[in-house]
Design a protein around this ligand. Structure first.
Ligand SMILES: CC(=O)N[C@@H]([C@@H](O)[C@H](O)[C@H](O)CO)[C@@H](O)CC(=O)C(=O)O
Length: 312
């Protein structure tokens, strides 16, 4: 079994899937997107085809092409490319896992199936195990996001003994505000063998104190640099500075959440901040309004989050 080159840590940007105005995937900007993450945001790990990437709104063929493009464009630039391969169909998920291995991805992640839901931990692990087995040389991450899947099996319960069932298991992407559950995952992970990646950007500092090894999120696409400053202050045990950064990031996220915030709005903000066109989301999501974008821009400016504008 191949182990990861290095444990996944630090910031991981949950990438958006750029689209053209008529709803096709805009592969042509992915190279620029990689450079922007690395050079402007200091983010060298990505999580592709997840929630932010609208992975579950893409066809299997599109998911394969998007994954392949990110891996190709990220070669020698990015540290790790993790592909989300979760699907309602086990066969599709296995196909995507095999494909991720073929193209040279650094890991795969899987969400809990959310139409027919696993009723208990064993059922969920049986599903995850079958997917992981389709890519036996790739590190496997469970993507815990109960608010969207409706699968409420606690992560700490799932983690208990999981490597006996899934030998490639390498960690969790934990997108939930239940810090008791997250803390108990960290507590179990005393040998620090797993990457425990937190997914609620506005609460990252609390998770770092609990022992998160890194974070996967949508805002690291455009607030990666700011968040990296928070991580640096935390590493130096300068908790006052770290908290100031977290509060500043919270002011922005709190503001946009009140306006209505999701993938569509993230596409609008990323277009504004990076100058790279992300295009509209795919239905059933709807494009962010111009009013949202204008308000978000004013807030970014007032917080001094807008660097010099890039040419499009
Ligand atoms: C529900 C949701 O989309 N959560 C985001 C967060 O980054 C979120 O946008 C952020 O914390 C703002 O609330 C990520 O956890 C999602 C993510 O990493 C992904 O795209 O897979």
């Amino acid at each position: 079994m191949a182990l990861p080159k290095k444990k996944l840590q630090g910031l991981v940007a949950a990438t958006l899937t750029p689209m053209t105005e008529n709803g096709e995937i805009n592969f042509s900007v992915i190279g620029r997107y990689v450079d922007y993450l690395v050079k402007d945001q200091g983010v060298k790990n990505i999580f592709v085809n997840g929630t932010t990437g609208e992975g579950l709104s893409l066809s299997v063929s599109e998911r394969r092409q998007v994954a392949a493009e990110w891996v190709a464009q990220g070669k020698n630039k990015l540290d790790q490319v993790v592909i989300h391969v979760g699907a309602l169909s086990l066969k599709e998920s296995q196909e995507l896992a095999r494909h991720a291995a073929e193209i040279g991805a650094d890991g795969i992640a899987v969400i809990a199936p959310f139409f027919f839901k696993s009723q208990n931990k064993d059922a969920l692990i049986s599903f995850l195990k079958e997917v992981a087995a389709a890519a036996p040389a790739l590190p496997f991450y469970y993507y815990h996001i109960p608010a969207l899947t409706g699968v409420k099996i606690r992560a700490e319960e799932l983690l208990d003994g999981i490597q006996d069932k899934i030998p490639t298991f390498q960690g969790l992407k934990f997108t939930d505000t239940d810090l008791l559950d997250f803390g108990q995952c960290v507590d179990q992970n005393h040998q620090r063998q797993f990457a425990l990646l937190f997914g609620v950007d506005e609460q990252l500092l609390s998770a770092l104190i609990m022992g998160a090894s890194g974070a996967v999120g949508s805002t690291y696409n455009y607030l990666g640099k700011k968040t990296n400053q928070m991580l640096e202050a935390f590493e130096k045990k300068d908790f006052t500075t770290a908290l100031n950064y977290q509060f500043c990031i919270q002011r922005f996220i709190n503001y946009v959440i009140k306006l209505g915030f999701g993938v569509s709005q993230t596409k609008a903000i990323m277009t504004l901040v990076s100058g790279i066109p992300m295009g509209p989301p795919r239905l059933p999501l709807q494009k962010a309004t111009q009013e949202f974008t204008a308000n978000a821009e004013a807030k970014l400016k007032s917080l001094d989050f807008l660097g010099p504008k890039k040419g499009t």
